[in-house]
Design a protein around this ligand. Sequence first.
Ligand code: NAD
Ligand code: ZN
Length: 361
Amino acid sequence: MRKVKVALGGKSYQVYIGSGLLAQTGRWLSEKGFSGKLVIITDPTVNKLYGDVLNQGLTKDGFSVNTLLVPEGEEQKSLETAGRLYHELTNCYAERTTPILALGGGVIGDLAGFVAATYLRGVPLVQIPTTLLAQVDSSVGGKVAVDHGQLKNMIGTFYQPGLIIADINTLKTLPAEELANGLAEVIKSAAIRGEKFFTFLEQNLDKIKSLDEGALEEIVFQSVKIKAEVVEKDEMDLGLRNILNYGHTIGHALESVSNFSIGHGNTVAIGMLAAARISHMMGILDGNEVVRLKKVIEQAGLPTEMPNLKSTEIIKAMKHDKKIRRDKVRFVLLKSIGNVFITDEVSPSLVEKVLVGDEKT
Ligand SMILES: NC(=O)c1ccc[n+]([C@@H]2O[C@H](COP(=O)([O-])OP(=O)(O)OC[C@H]3O[C@@H](n4cnc5c(N)ncnc54)[C@H](O)[C@@H]3O)[C@@H](O)[C@H]2O)c1
Ligand SMILES: [Zn+2]
């Protein structure tokens, strides 16, 4: 097992990464001083696959387990579902000291995290992410939220977990598109802060896609390390944390203009390449680096071509993004692989050029 510490003073915690960790959860919770009742929040698919093994381990260590099920899907990240969960928590007499275990992907992590942050003004939270995206991205860093209508993550807070348990074994049952979704964020992490890690990806994507345990453990470990370092320096997302949005400025706009018919990982992949092209056209990023990025994205099974959407609509959507400053769209751009900077000085004509697929690289 490998460990990454997220160092946030009194709110510091560990991320455990390895195979077969679910069954050991009880021991770690006992070591942290918990006993008695706890609550698992999960969805039916994940519960069917991993509920028993987690449950048995916890029961063996003397815990009494309540499982609350939430149907699958982004639409469950709502105040309404949170309200239902508060009700169920009171029904099973959950107290201030009762830990909530969020077992599932990012939807469960964000929702259960939001509920843990607010129920009785906050109860202990343990993240047990089971998608690649949740292991490398959403479980780390303490952002918890629900959506408000069409507006994603509008109601939320920062609430750090006490422990994150990333069991690599769970990734073996992930549908291919969910794996690719997570890989987009993995590539993002390497592109912004991990030059060596990027080379590892170039050499190991086949292994990763065939779910080799060692390779999966390595990409989760490296991505979590990068995210932890960024979060440690900017927990509240006031500056540096923006670099985690690489590929997301255009990505979010594509998601919204396509009415969410293009998945997050796909839009981020296209967005990362588009941002790299902008940076190349500005004379900052070497053309070879753009080619390397494109290759890795393709090898991961992610798209690189702009979808057939109106560039005017995409630009409008970018201007509506909440990451906007003084009416200027803010971009995270590459200087080289592993090295980024943030700017709101990108000329609109360059953006337009990239969006209509008019560029040369
Ligand atoms: N908090 C953050 O910092 C942050 C960062 C990025 C994304 N997010 C959020 O994460 C959410 C997306 O998360 P996601 O991509 O994990 O999707 P998801 O949570 O919807 O999970 C995708 C699907 O995979 C299934 N699943 C989960 N684990 C599985 C497993 N091991 N085997 C088989 N099936 C499994 C789930 O049942 C679900 O149907 C979005 O709501 C997004 O806003 C949050
Ligand atoms: Zn993302």
